[in-house]
Design a binder for this molecule. Structure first.
Ligand SMILES: Cc1cc2nc3c(=O)[nH]c(=O)nc-3n(C[C@H](O)[C@H](O)[C@H](O)COP(=O)(O)OP(=O)(O)OC[C@H]3O[C@@H](n4cnc5c(N)ncnc54)[C@H](O)[C@@H]3O)c2cc1C
Length: 436
């Protein structure tokens, strides 16, 4: 018997591929409507996908290795879920920051404020410059064209370009579309994270009562109008009337999962026009705290801005001596090729320059490598040069009335976020329902 003819191990009405927030939101919505039997199949041995609340690497504390913040507390549906499951939230304050120059000297607060004004003006200039062009170009080229390369080298401008903009949008400015990099929406009301127990609490809450088959790796999805869906996995074949596919953009672009027949050409082209971004975190815990305890963030204007310029002081909300920093832009990929020991040496050099030449090595260090995780292959989607909002919408379009799509990369308005992924799951469930 060929593998394609393997035994059918489960038959149901709806299969949801992926137990990230979008897949779980879709499953809950279908169950809430009371009509469908749903099975979620998940390649990993945990739910959450790019939400990974790590409870084992650091003693007595849960650290979010992927998404950590609810972005925008006003009208954000995640806030209600957090309340329902009584997850404690902690408001972070972006203005509670100390900036250091390359020599490790503290900078004045008004220097940063002035630079923030200048950076906004530069972005507006880049927008005007890009709008005057006949075709899309990268944000970096538009900034260089409008503000000049020299201005982009100013330490506080470089810091903001990297630690604010490239972090938010998940890609180097040289890849972001100058026309559309920021044509998404946001909720207002500040940001919050989960000091006790991590983001996973929300997923545990919404997944209650849903059948989730773990360690089931999808290899192919066969679909057809009137014939339903066959999903072939490492464990056997699942049969259903409908499927909701929440495979991440990086996994779809890599072609790890085959579709039979192949997805429509416009969808394939849209998926490849979009960017699959990358952001990595480095988490360090220490025996003692050698940084200002009550400050939320530290920014360091050194020569390689994507390389650990921005530090979150997790002591403020965990009570432990923990710092979290990020690898951004081009460095997000480069860090994945480095050993933990090399990463540690680089981060410690910066911390010793800034805080204490005798600062001890960390007792524990963890480096994420989201690009190498075969079930993620990246952090979040972005508008690459040449991509438009329409591409996110085409990525979301159902195929043949049986195969539906969710995931952060299918949300034109809220791509790259947990709330965008959550809302996309609800949207896909409704599409399925309306179509049945
Ligand atoms: C480092 C980092 C920081 C972030 N920070 C924030 C933040 O602070 N706030 C915020 O709002 N967003 C943040 N995000 C983005 C956010 O995590 C994502 O947008 C969101 O979690 C995506 O959810 P999803 O359901 O679309 O995809 P996923 O969570 O990736 O779910 C897809 C699921 O499919 C599974 N899967 C993949 N391939 C297969 C296969 N072949 N077979 C079976 N299963 C498979 C995966 O294991 C996964 O569980 C961050 C992301 C990263 C990586």
């Amino acid at each position: 018997m060929s593998r394609r003819d393997g035994p059918i191990i489960a038959t149901t009405e709806v299969i949801v591929v992926g137990a990230g927030i979008s897949g779980l939101a879709a499953s809950r919505e279908l169950r809430r409507r009371g009509k469908y039997d749903v099975i979620v199949i998940e390649g990993r041995d945990r739910i959450g996908g790019r939400i990974h609340s790590d409870a084992s690497s650091f003693p007595d504390v849960v650290i979010d290795l992927g998404a950590a913040w609810i972005h925008g507390m006003k009208n954000n549906p995640l806030v209600d879920i957090a309340k329902q499951c009584r997850a404690k939230t902690y408001r972070t304050d972006d203005d509670n920051i100390i900036m250091y120059n390359a020599r490790g000297e503290e900078m004045r607060h008004d220097e940063l404020e002035d630079a923030e004004g200048e950076f906004l003006r530069m972005l507006r200039g880049a927008e005007k410059y890009a709008n005057g062009k006949n075709s899309d170009l990268s944000l970096r080229r538009a900034l260089e064209g409008s503000a000049g390369t020299k201005n982009l080298l100013k330490p506080l401008i470089r810091f903001q370009l990297s630690s604010y903009l490239e972090y938010d949008f998940g890609a180097p400015a040289s890849q972001l579309s100058a026309w559309y990099y920021d044509d998404d929406k946001e909720y207002k009301g500040g940001d919050a994270l989960f000091p006790d127990g991590g983001y996973i609490q929300l997923l545990q809450h919404i997944s209650r009562g849903i059948r989730i088959d773990m360690n089931v790796a999808v290899e192919s999805i066969e679909y057809g109008k009137g014939s339903g869906v066959l999903i072939r996995t490492n464990r056997g074949t699942y049969k259903a009337k409908f499927a909701i596919c929440t495979l991440p953009i990086g996994v779809l672009q890599a072609g790890d999962v085959k579709f039979h027949p192949p997805l429509p050409d416009p969808k394939i082209r849209a998926l490849h026009r979009l960017g699959s971004g990358l952001v990595n975190k480095v988490i360090l815990s220490f025996d003692a705290c050698f940084w200002p305890e009550t400050t939320q963030y530290f920014g360091v204007c050194h020569d390689a801005p994507g390389k650990y310029s921005y530090f979150l002081n997790a002591k403020l909300f965990t009570g432990r001596n923990i710092l979290v920093t990020v690898a951004l832009g081009d460095h997000a990929r480069a860090v994945e090729a480095q050993s933990d020991r090399d990463v540690q040496a680089e981060v410690m050099r910066i911390l010793r320059d800034v805080f204490d030449a005798n600062a001890p090595d960390p007792t524990r260090l963890l480096v994420t490598r989201w690009g190498q995780e075969v079930y993620s292959r990246g952090s979040y989607s972005y508008n690459k040069v040449g991509a438009t909002r329409k591409d996110f919408k085409v990525a979301a379009e159902p195929v043949d009335g049986v195969l539906f799509f969710a995931g952060e990369h299918t949300s034109a308005d809220y791509r790259g976020s947990v709330h965008g992924a959550y809302l996309s799951g609800i949207r896909a469930a409704k599409e399925l329902w309306d179509n049945d």
